[in-house]
Design a protein. Structure first.
Length: 197
């Protein structure tokens, strides 16, 4: 490859993504790995932890693509992958090109956020509205409950006080303004849903 050349590869399976993240880079190669949250396996929290084990590498930039329906998970996702860059899939073309130009002109270790995510974060800071953001603990607990586990079973398996789990679940229900488990499941399914293609 000559200087300035680019190569693109599409990966259809999660295992291929992990294998790509593990690959040794070529000399002077800058590798961009774009990962669509909607395309991750059903147990997304575990998938993200697997990505976390492999993505931090010199000259390798992980860009997480978010859809509008999972923007409320941004803070939870960012806490898991703090060195990734972030792009909203429905970003305007103008903002998308600014994201690419800025990323291309800066060092590989620089972290980038698309304009809409910057605005979203700024609004949360100005409103001091972090209490309504879904945390990684909230997300993990909901995935465990979606597997059909009771709080007692999760408590026993993970060695976590069931009262703590109960507080976490009640807090999540308050954040999402729901009154029962059915409403909670329906809303959370919408947040983490994989869109139909």
């Amino acid at each position: 490859m000559h200087e300035g050349d680019c190569a693109f590869t599409r990966i259809d399976h999660f295992s291929e993504l992990i294998n790509t993240l593990r690959l040794p880079k070529q000399k002077d190669e800058l590798r961009w790995v774009l990962c669509d949250v909607d395309s991750l396996p059903d147990e997304r929290f575990n998938a993200l932890y697997t990505i976390k084990e492999h993505y931090c590498r010199e000259n390798q930039q992980l860009v997480i693509l978010l859809s509008e329906n999972n923007i409320s998970l941004f803070f939870a996702l960012h806490s898991l992958l703090p060195e990734a860059s972030w792009l909203l899939k429905n970003e305007s073309l103008d903002n998308f090109f600014k994201f690419i130009e800025g990323a291309d002109s800066m060092p590989a270790e620089k972290i980038f956020f698309s304009r809409s995510l910057i605005n979203y974060t700024r609004q949360k800071w100005l409103a001091r509205d972090f209490n309504n953001s879904i945390s990684s603990d909230d997300w993990w607990l909901m995935e465990e409950i979606f597997k059909g586990k009771s709080l007692s079973q999760i408590s026993s398996e993970q060695k976590i006080d069931v009262r703590r789990l109960s507080r976490c679940k009640r807090g999540l229900m308050k954040k999402l303004n729901v009154k029962n488990n059915v409403e909670l499941f329906n809303i959370f399914k919408c947040i983490v849903a994989t869109p139909c293609v």
